[in-house]
Design a protein around this ligand. Sequence first.
Ligand SMILES: [Zn+2]
Length: 72
Amino acid sequence: MPTYEYQCDGCHKTVEIFQPMTADPVKVCPECGSNKIRRIISGGVGVIFKGSGFYCTDYKGKNASSAGSASK
Ligand SMILES: [Zn+2]
């Protein structure tokens, strides 16, 4: 799956969003929630492989700290 670059006019950030080609374009900036985000069509290189850091790594079975939560 390719990584798409989006330019947000709300926070002026460039965000890379990993999504399948068939997915709808992102309409809301994940950074600031603005809808002034648009996809940057990068000519030439269609697929950008970036290093790690983008993937959600919260899938690893992280044991929730079940220390005595005695709230009543
Ligand atoms: Zn933004």
